[in-house]
Structure formats: C-alpha cells, structure tokens
Design a protein. Structure first.
Length: 125
C-alpha cells in the first residue's frame, strides 16, 4: 500500500481495506454480497439510469448470517467494511453516497449506483 493511499483512507479503515483485498472472511463476504446485490438491482432498473441503494447494516447482518456464521460478523464490522469499500473506491461523500442517522443513532448508507460507481467499487474485490 502506498503512502498516499494510506493517508487518504482514515487509519482504522486501512486495516479493513487490507482484509477485504486479501479476501478475509467475513469482511470480504460483506463487500462481495453488497456488490452482487447492487449489481443485480442496477441491471433490473436498466443500466442507463442511477439507483440509490440503501444499506441498513443490521438487516444486512441478518442476511449474511444466514449464509455464514462468524463471531466477527457484527454491526460495527459491517459498518466499517462498508466505509472501507467507499473510501478505498474513492467515492465522494454527498456526490456518490451519503449517510443518514436514525433517532436511535443507527446509520444507514445510501450509495448512488451507476456505471462509474459500480466500476470503482468492484476494483477493490
């Protein structure tokens, strides 16, 4: 990993980026699942338009737990894996994605899926 890249990605997320790049479970599994689902939604709407894909980390955790069981599959690790994907793909906050917070403090991630963002994200895996 180059020095420049390490400085662009927040310190705690650098480790997650490396875990994803090295295909370490469950971090890679989370990102892979998300990318496949985004791709499927994007293709069903027609590839000329843009889709806003919403991620609820707790619901995502329940979906992935049906496929794999891993004690490291926590909501915190899912959120960090999502953020690592967004930062490593060099997506721009507000332009390419945004984060909303519920009244209870939970976060939801909203990604604008189009050809460009999908290509940038799939480069990580």
């Amino acid at each position: 990993m180059s020095e420049v890249q390490g400085k662009e990605i927040p310190i705690p997320l650098v480790n997650y980026v490396e875990l994803i790049r090295n295909h370490k479970s469950p971090y890679y599994d989370v990102v892979y699942h998300l990318l496949k689902d985004m791709e499927m939604h994007y293709k069903t709407t027609g590839e000329k338009s843009e889709v806003v894909y919403t991620i609820n980390p707790r619901m995502l955790q329940e979906e992935i737990e049906k496929k794999i069981s891993d004690e490291r599959l926590t909501t915190v690790n899912i959120c960090r894996s999502i953020l690592a994907l967004l930062h490593a793909s060099k997506l721009s906050e507000e332009k390419d994605y945004y984060v909303t917070t519920t009244s209870g403090g939970r976060r939801n991630y909203h990604i604008r899926v189009n050809d460009r963002t999908l290509n940038l994200m799939t480069r990580l895996v």
